[in-house]
Design a protein around this ligand. Structure first.
Ligand code: FCB
Length: 452
C-alpha cells in the first residue's frame, strides 16, 4: 500500500459555527437565525439552535476532545449578536470574554484558533432595516470586525471575514431556505455585493487592528459546475458566474464579470456598486478558504420556483447517478480537484486551505460506537484528492473536517449529522465515531493510505 504523506506543517483542523453548536442564547442578542428557526415550518422537526450542542457551557471539554484528536487548528465562528447585541454600538464585554476563554483554552492546548467573524448570524436589528440588501450593513460589519480584533488580535493568528457569502446572499435572499428567508432575487444580488463590500471593509478594519503576522482570509463554497449535456454549456457558464466568478473576480482585482452583469440585467442595473467598491473588495488577503462537499451538474429545464440562482429559472440542477450522502449530495471528490486546479490556473497565486469538507450519513449508535465507514471513505477520498492537488502544484496549506461535532444543520435541524464526534442531544454526551479515531490517526501520521 502506498502512503500519501502531507508536507511538514500541514494544518489539520476541524470546523464548527456559533449558531450550530453554542446554545447559550440568553447571553446574547437575537440573530436572523433565531427568528428564522422559531418561525414554524422553516426547519425540519421545528428544531432551533437554542441549546444545540451546548458548547457555550461545554467548550472546555470540547477543546480537550480537540487536543485528544491532535488537531493543529480549530475553525470556529463568533456570534455577532454576542459582541453587538443589536449589531451596532460598543462591544458587550461578556460576549468577548466568552471567545477570549475559548481562544486562551485553545492556545493552552497548542491548537491554533482560526476565527470566522460571520457564519450567517446577522443581528436581527440589522435585518429589520434591510439586512444585507442594504449598503450600511457592510459598514456595520467592519465596525464589528474592529471590535473583535481589538480584543483578540494579540492572540488569534487566523481571521476569516465571511463564511460562504453565496449561501448568505442566495439561500438567504433568493431561495429563502436560509435566514432571513426572503425570496427576492434582485435583493440577493445586492446582498452578494454588500457581503463582498463587507469583506473588503472588514479586511481593512482587521489590518488596522491586527499585528502584521495575523492572516486574513475569506471562505468560499466554490462549485465545480458541469453541464449535463452539450446543450447546457451556456447554462453551466451562467451558474459558474453566480457561484464562483461573482466572488473570485472582484476578490482578485478583476471586478464583477461582464457576463454576470449581462445575465442579470433584467433584475438590476447593478447601480448599487459604487465607484471604488471593487478596489475595496480587492484589498489583498493572505489565504483563501475553500469549502467543498459535492459537484454541481446543471441542465436546461424548469428550475425550482424561487431557486437560489437569480435569473436562472430556465436552469435546473440535476443529481448524477451514483452514491450520495444522506443530504442527497453526490459523492465525487474530483470536483475538489477541479476547483483547486482552477484557482491555481485562473487566479493569482494565494495559499489555500480546505476550510470545510465532510458528509452527513445516517449514523447508528450501537455498543457505544458509531461504525461510520461511509464517512471514513468520504474523508479518505477527498484527502487523496487534496494530496494529488499538492503534487500538481496547488499551494494547499491545510484541511478542516466539517464538523467536529454533530450540530444544528440549518434548515435540516438536528436530523443531519456531520460530526466525527456524535452528540446525544438529550444527555449532551460526546461519543467518538470511527471517523474520529481514523482522523486522529491521519493527523498523527500526517498522511493517509493511497486509494486502492
Ligand atoms: C456549509 C456550511 C456549514 C455546514 C455545511 C454542511 O455550507 O458552511 O455551516 O452547514 O455546509
Amino acid at each position: 500500500m502506498t502512503r500519501l504523506v502531507f508536507p511538514e506543517g500541514f494544518v489539520w483542523g476541524a470546523a464548527t459555527a456559533a449558531y450550530q453548536i453554542e446554545g447559550g442564547v440568553d447571553a446574547r442578542g437575537r440573530s436572523i437565525w433565531d427568528t428564522f428557526a422559531h418561525t414554524p415550518g422553516k426547519i425540519d422537526g421545528g428544531d432551533t439552535g437554542d441549546v444545540a450542542a451546548d458548547h457555550y457551557h461545554r467548550y472546555g471539554a470540547d477543546i480537550a476532545l480537540m487536543r485528544d484528536l491532535g488537531l493543529s487548528a480549530y475553525r470556529f465562528s463568533v456570534a455577532w449578536p454576542r459582541v453587538q447585541p443589536t449589531g451596532r454600538g460598543p462591544a458587550n464585554a461578556a460576549g468577548l470574554d466568552f471567545y477570549e476563554r475559548i481562544v486562551d483554552e485553545l492556545l493552552g492546548q497548542g491548537i491554533a484558533p482560526m476565527l470566522t467573524l460571520y457564519h450567517w448570524d446577522l443581528p436581527q436589528e440589522l435585518e429589520d432595516v434591510g439586512g444585507w440588501a442594504e449598503r450600511d450593513t457592510a459598514a456595520r460589519f467592519a465596525e464589528y470586525a474592529g471590535l473583535v480584533a481589538a480584543r483578540l488580535g494579540d492572540r488569534v493568528p487566523g481571521w476569516t471575514t465571511l463564511n460562504e457569502p453565496w449561501c448568505s446572499a442566495f439561500l438567504g435572499y433568493a431561495s429563502g431556505v436560509h435566514a432571513p428567508g426572503r425570496t427576492e432575487p434582485a435583493a440577493a444580488l445586492r446582498a452578494a455585493h454588500h457581503l463582498m463590500l463587507a469583506h473588503g471593509l472588514g479586511t481593512l478594519a482587521l489590518r488596522d487592528a491586527l499585528p502584521a503576522s495575523a492572516e486574513v482570509s475569506i471562505v468560499l463554497n466554490l462549485a465545480a459546475v458541469s453541464p449535463a449535456s452539450p446543450a447546457a454549456e451556456d447554462a453551466a457558464r451562467r451558474i459558474d458566474g453566480l457561484a464562483n466568478r461573482i466572488f473570485l473576480d472582484p476578490l482578485f482585482g478583476a471586478g464583477y464579470p461582464a457576463d454576470v452583469l449581462q445575465d442579470t440585467a433584467a433584475l438590476t442595473d447593478w447601480g448599487f456598486v459604487h465607484a471604488g467598491d471593487e478596489s475595496i473588495i480587492a484589498t489583498p488577503i493572505d489565504l483563501l478558504g475553500v469549502n467543498y462537499y459535492s459537484p454541481t451538474v446543471v441542465d436546461l429545464g424548469e428550475g425550482e420556483v424561487d431557486g437560489p440562482w437569480p435569473g436562472c429559472a430556465d436552469i435546473r440542477t440535476v443529481t448524477p447517478a451514483g452514491p450520495t450522502t444522506s443530504m442527497g449530495w453526490p459523492i465525487d471528490a474530483r470536483g475538489l480537484g477541479e476547483i483547486l486546479a482552477r484557482l491555481r490556473d485562473d487566479y493569482p497565486p494565494i495559499p489555500i486551505m480546505i476550510t470545510e469538507n465532510g458528509a452527513a450519513f445516517d449514523d447508528v449508535v450501537a455498543d457505544d460506537a458509531v461504525r461510520d465507514s461511509d464517512r471514513v471513505a468520504y474523508l479518505h477520498q477527498h484527502l487523496a484528492v487534496a494530496h494529488e492537488s499538492l503534487r500538481k502544484g496547488v499551494d494547499l496549506r491545510g484541511y478542516f473536517v466539517w464538523s467536529l461535532l454533530d450540530n444544528f444543520e440549518w434548515a435540516y435541524g438536528y436530523a443531519k449529522r456531520f460530526g466525527i464526534v456524535h452528540v446525544d442531544y438529550a444527555s449532551q454526551r460526546r461519543l467518538w465515531k470511527d471517523s474520529a479515531y481514523w482522523y486522529r490517526d491521519v493527523i498523527k501520521a500526517n498522511g493517509i493510505n493511497g486509494m486502492a
